[in-house]
Design a protein around this ligand. Structure first.
Ligand code: SF4
Length: 409
């Protein structure tokens, strides 16, 4: 059948969609853009902000208007939309439902066999509950769900409690990626610091990966400051682990972090940064910050602005607070939209200044860049510190790691 898959939101959602796509391709289905009138549209939703939920609803309606049978899954806020034909809880559900749509009496048995093969090609976690994915660009899901309750967050509601992929399955996925010529992987999940498979935690998983695979570069997805250990910091002395963390901050004000129920302070966060920069002075930190959290005063916002300068982030993703249903923060006193918009603009501007300052520290350094694609005559890729670099060359540098001298743009 002609299928479309649209994925909103985080890398984890994208990784999961890739696994669904790969499994369905193995069953002989093919994928077209949504505009090409697919028989079935699979919409993998995101509900992390009000905007994302609205976009999800728009896409579902658009797919239905084009005449597709609509399967919706992922973090789906509104399950009762009349345009949704089927709500899928798991990857296995999607494959089974596609089978139900595609089957015909004459081919029934071959479909039964092949659908079982398709589901078997998913990992054990995906078959039962969640989906484990790898991408051609090396995104490996190691964990899903979350045991915390940050007051603004709806994710635990959609993804449930933390559940980890067994270490041997992670290793198998990485070796598979290596065999496909992938040089760099990113371990991803909802909160990968909660990784726990038997006695294996995130640090021992990394040690296991370093020992049992030859993958050249390893990155981690978003990290939670409250669960960072000295052992995890120590293992990053290994040059195969890239000196860049996306260390979730959310606010640079301790009173707001408390209202968010984040379980750490700015002082604790700074200690982590200092320890990693003691090991490698150019260690790079990116982060997410929510602006206009309920009750955020001018003073609290100024604390965040000052803190961004203290850390010297290489990139800040700035999000205006978005009220989510059934969350404690949703019931708190809200900040006026106009104030939020002004603060977002100020923080984005500051983040640009801070990011350029960080990048200037790499000036004149020779760094190994993994080139991904060519645009306007330049090869583009990332340094170990996750700084985007471009290099003019007529040679084919795709998927090559080349040492180049960094000159800030
Ligand atoms: S750590 Fe907090 S923000 Fe992250 S998924 Fe869990 S509850 Fe949500």
């Amino acid at each position: 059948m002609k299928l479309s898959i649209i994925t909103l939101g985080c890398k984890l959602n994208q990784a999961e969609s890739d696994e669904i796509k790969n499994a369905l391709k193995k069953l002989g289905h093919f994928f077209v853009p949504i505009s090409s009138h697919a028989d079935v549209a699979i919409i993998r939703a995101c509900a992390v902000t009000m905007n994302a939920s609205q976009t999800t609803r728009g896409l579902i309606r658009q797919a239905k208007k084009r005449g597709a049978y609509v399967i919706a899954g992922g973090c789906l806020e509104n399950r009762d939309l009349p345009e949704i034909d089927y709500v899928a809880q798991t990857a296995g559900d999607i494959i089974k439902q596609i089978y139900v749509i595609a089957r015909s009496e004459t081919t029934k048995q071959s479909h039964v066999n092949s659908v079982n093969q398709g589901i078997a090609s998913l990992s054990s976690e995906a078959r039962n509950d969640k989906i484990v994915a790898d991408r051609t660009r090396g995104l490996i899901k190691i964990q899903g769900g979350c045991n915390f309750n940050c007051t603004y967050c709806v994710i635990p509601h959609y993804r449930g409690k933390s559940k980890s992929v067994p270490a041997k399955e992670v290793i198998r996925k990485i070796i598979e990626a290596e065999n496909r010529g992938i040089n760099e992987i990113t371990l991803t999940g909802v909160n990968i610091c909660q990784y726990r498979a038997g006695i294996t935690n995130l640090t021992s998983l990394l040690k296991n990966i370093l020992k049992n695979t030859s993958i050249k570069r390893i990155r981690l997805g978003s990290l939670d400051p409250r669960l960072i250990t000295a052992e995890l910091i120590g293992v990053f002395k290994n040059p195969r682990l890239m000196p860049h963390w996306h260390l979730s901050l959310q606010s640079g004000s301790d009173s707001i972090l408390k209202r968010m129920n984040r379980g750490y302070t700015t002082g604790h966060y700074l200690k982590i940064v200092n320890k990693l920069r003691k090991q490698y002075p150019l260690f790079s930190f990116t982060t997410d910050i929510i602006v206009g959290f309920p009750g955020e005063t001018d003073k609290e916002f100024d604390e965040t602005m000052a803190y961004v300068k203290v850390i010297g982030f290489s990139k800040v993703h700035v999000f205006p607070y978005s009220k989510r249903p059934n969350t404690p923060a949703g019931a708190m006193t809200q900040v006026h939209d106009k104030t939020k918009t002004e603060r977002v603009k100020r923080l984005i501007k500051l983040s640009g200044v801070v990011a350029r300052k960080y990048a200037s520290k790499l000036k004149g350094k020779i760094r190994p860049v993994l080139f991904e694609q060519k645009k306007n005559g330049y090869w583009i890729g990332y340094s170990p510190e996750y700084i985007l670099a471009k290099y003019r060359s007529n040679a084919n540098l795709k998927n090559q790691i080349n040492e180049i001298k960094i000159i800030p743009a």
